[in-house]
Ligand binder design. Structure first.
Ligand SMILES: Nc1ncnc2c1ncn2[C@@H]1O[C@H](COP(=O)(O)OP(=O)(O)OP(=O)(O)O)[C@@H](O)[C@H]1O
Ligand SMILES: [Mg+2]
Length: 143
């Protein structure tokens, strides 16, 4: 099977009403393309956790997804406070989520660790007061 697809989505910070809309759309789109379910599951988790983090912490962000016959590349760029200590942010259970975010059911500090678990390659870079960038690579292995 030969997969080819790319699309960008803008995520508005603070918009909890639409939390999950983009990641569900991506999942359905890839499902229709015939992407294997195990790959689909990993893409869905990685995009969902990234989407929630933009909504929770950033002003605005873009999720860019590209599907090739070999892999799925997800680039996420946001404008926001950035992450001061990346090593800490990647640690399971670490969270700076405020009361409002916790009331929405988030803030377990498991988002980034989950993304890492779903990625074949993961890169997180950030500039404080500017924003955060994630690059997630998921290999498509259909054999
Ligand atoms: N896009 C971002 N901009 C700024 N800070 C972020 C961003 N994403 C994550 N962080 C910081 O990294 C921490 C850990 O993120 P992670 O997604 O792992 O957990 P969480 O969002 O706190 O809780 P959960 O994802 O389990 O609901 C966050 O609490 C926040 O301090
Ligand atoms: Mg999170």
């Amino acid at each position: 099977m030969s997969f080819n697809y790319e699309q960008s989505f803008t995520i508005q910070g603070g918009n909890f009403t639409d939390a999950g809309v983009v990641s569900v759309f991506i999942k359905r789109t890839l499902q229709k393309m015939g992407i294997p379910s195990e790959i689909l599951r990993r893409v869905a988790i990685a995009t969902y956790e990234s989407e929630i983090n933009i909504i929770s912490y950033a002003r605005i962000g873009i999720i860019y997804i590209r599907v090739t016959p070999e892999n799925i590349i997800i680039n996420i760029d946001d404008e926001g406070p950035g992450i001061e200590n990346i090593e800490l942010a990647m640690r399971a259970g670490y969270s700076t989520a405020d009361e409002k975010i916790r009331e929405m059911g988030f803030g377990a500090g498991m988002g980034i660790p989950n993304i890492i678990n779903c990625s074949d390659d993961f890169k997180l870079t950030s500039e404080v007061s500017k924003g955060t960038h994630l690059r997630i690579l998921i290999n498509i292995n259909t054999n």
